[in-house]
Unconditional design. Sequence first.
Length: 105
Amino acid sequence: MAAQAAAERRLSAQIAAHESWAHTPDRSARTAPARAALMARFEREVDPDGTLPPDERARRAAHARKAHFARLSLASARSRRKSREFAAEGEAAEAELSTLGGDAS
């Protein structure tokens, strides 16, 4: 029962999000505050005391941002590989069971 309610809430939220984006004339302007906040986070990370010149802070923050997204990409690639490996193991086990005369279903 709770899972059904959660699924309905999720669908309602998706509908609301799609409706909101459908009525957004400038997507870039709408997401600008979030992008600025993320870049500010990277600037604080590379220059917590605020002592670097602005251009150097921005350069380092850009690299920190690239490193962050590269880490996310690496984690995603590892996750996809592990998923493929588990699927292959499952298929091999089912094939072995079938060969031995068992019922895999």
